[in-house]
Design a protein around this ligand. Structure first.
Ligand SMILES: Cc1cc2nc3c(=O)[nH]c(=O)nc-3n(C[C@H](O)[C@H](O)[C@H](O)COP(=O)(O)OP(=O)(O)OC[C@H]3O[C@@H](n4cnc5c(N)ncnc54)[C@H](O)[C@@H]3O)c2cc1C
Length: 455
């Protein structure tokens, strides 16, 4: 009997543990060991039992593609997998009950759009595009049996796409203790990973009544390189409108403004000279959470409130399931840079901000890449090949409100055979911010939401 067909409970339990023992944490591991010895504590046994039963999904005939993560990458893949191969049975899994967009969230912080504009239903996306949505957390996956484990049961796959996004890497700003990391995350969320962070940030900036409000720009390959500068502008615009006597201390861990430099520098100078103090090369090396102080190599900065955005890394789901390269800076998986599958396994793909390629971590990048990877998987199922095409990055940055004024960049990527690296290609940057750019940013986002959810 093949590994895939053997469904004995003991083997299932072993696979689950091998696949994601770390992801499940210590308690279930102990439980499973006890269960294996026939001594499962009665109160906990149902929890394990639910992991080992099949998740409730409609029966399927075609090959099943499981997509983990319903962000910009996963939503696009789920839609286009069905578009390129209507026989695919596609299951999109996300732990959240609804989608809230990060792009345009900075404009929402400054009241330029409603939350309704950013929020969309996974049910609408699944119904309109003919796939299944499972609201669950993926705990582990096993590549031998081709099985994904969630708290609502397991799902078997023919192809697996991992698009779980990023996590913060607090160790890189000197916060290594996990309790301190947790406290920092809850008290001064960075607003780049979950929608609850955004709600907390909006409440903070609308209630801030004066003093030093600290923001930072992380280093490394962080999510949406323009967004922390854009956020500083939106917070400043709001303080200006509210006439709050505040200083926004923007500590950049990079040597200079990373992108749209002329545009942001002009906005800091001309619009927010009384509000924003921008400091570059400020490598954060520690945070004193209780005393509200940030340490850098040479200085210490006190703050009254803050948004602390640490450097990022790929989702721990990759690492906990043994596919992350431990020496890669962001714990990414070793994948084919043109075809996105794990080296040696054309059944498992990694896309979106968890990818190993250095493309800009952006929603638009994830969307254009998602269409391409969907085509690759559809072609693979038919024994065909697709020519490589570059993802496209498009990013609008708002700098002012009433009217909303924004600037933008569009770029592709090319691969340099000589040094083996990707670089920007055919870049079109508009650093002059204006109201047309502001309206274009909203039109762009609306078009993307329509594509992922409604059309
Ligand atoms: C403030 C801000 C502004 C931005 N502005 C722009 C912009 O103007 N233009 C642009 O192109 N991009 C922008 N971005 C970047 C963009 O949001 C990201 O690049 C994009 O969301 C990446 O898509 P993704 O699918 O890889 O990850 P995500 O969108 O983060 O999606 C990952 C999904 O996986 C789910 N998930 C993770 N782990 C599990 C698990 N174990 N089980 C189940 N589900 C799981 C999460 O719940 C999440 O829904 C901005 C980001 C921020 C924060």
């Amino acid at each position: 009997m093949s590994g895939r067909d053997d469904k004995s409970p003991d083997l299932e339990r072993r696979r689950l543990l091998q696949a994601g023992g770390l992801a499940l944490g210590a308690a279930p591991v102990q439980l499973a060991v006890a269960a294996g010895a026939g001594q499962a504590p009665a109160a906990e046994a149902p929890a394990i039992a639910s992991l080992l039963r099949r998740a409730t999904l409609p029966r399927h005939r075609g090959a099943r593609v499981v997509v983990v993560g319903g962000g910009w990458s996963g939503l696009t893949l789920a839609k286009y997998l069905r578009r390129f191969n209507p026989d695919f049975d596609v299951v999109l899994i996300d732990r959240q009950s609804a989608f809230v967009s990060f792009p345009i969230s900075n404009s929402w912080l400054a009241d330029q759009v409603d939350l309704d504009f950013l929020s969309h239903s996974f049910f609408d996306a699944a119904n309109n595009h003919g796939y299944h949505f499972l609201q669950a957390t993926v705990l582990a996956f096993d590549r031998e049996s081709r099985r994904v484990f969630t708290e609502k049961g397991y799902v078997d796959y023919d192809y697996l796409v991992l698009a779980p996004g990023i996590e913060y890497d607090y160790g890189r700003i000197g916060v290594v203790d996990t309790e301190a990391q947790n406290l920092l995350f809850h008290r001064y969320p960075g607003g780049f990973v979950s929608s609850s962070e955004l709600l907390t940030i909006k409440r903070k900036i609308h209630r801030f009544d004066g003093g030093v409000f600290l923001l930072n720009v992380p280093n490394g390959d962080f999510r949406c390189p323009a967004a922390p500068y854009e956020r500083a502008c939106m917070v400043a615009a709001l303080f200006k409108r509210r006439r709050v006597r505040a200083k926004i201390l923007l500590l950049d861990m990079n040597a200079d403004i990373k992108i749209k430099k002329a545009g942001f520098a002009r906005a800091f100078r001309e619009l927010y000279g009384d509000y924003i103090e921008y400091l570059s090369s400020e490598e954060i090396s520690g945070v004193d959470i209780d005393n509200r102080r940030v340490e850098t190599e040479f200085d210490e900065y006190a703050f009254d409130d803050a948004i602390i955005y640490p450097p990022v890394r790929a989702s721990r789901l990759l690492e906990e399931n043994g596919i992350a390269n431990p020496v890669s800076p962001q714990k990414t998986a070793d994948t084919d840079p043109f075809r996105y599958h794990l080296l040696g396994d054309e059944r498992v793909y990694v896309t979106g901000d968890s990818r190993s390629q250095p493309f800009s971590k952006g929603g638009h990048t994830a969307h254009s890449e998602g269409q391409y990877v969907a085509e690759i998987i559809a072609a693979h199922a038919l024994g065909r090949e697709v020519r490589w095409r570059s993802p496209q990055t498009m990013c609008f940055s708002a700098v002012d409100i009433e009217p909303l004024r924004a600037m933008s960049i569009i770029t592709y990527y090319k691969f340099n055979q000589e040094n083996g690296e990707f670089a920007f290609d055919r870049t079109h940057m508009i650093e002059r911010w204006d109201a047309q750019g502001g309206q274009a940013s909203l039109a762009w986002a609306e078009g993307m939401y329509r594509d992922m959810f409604y059309r």
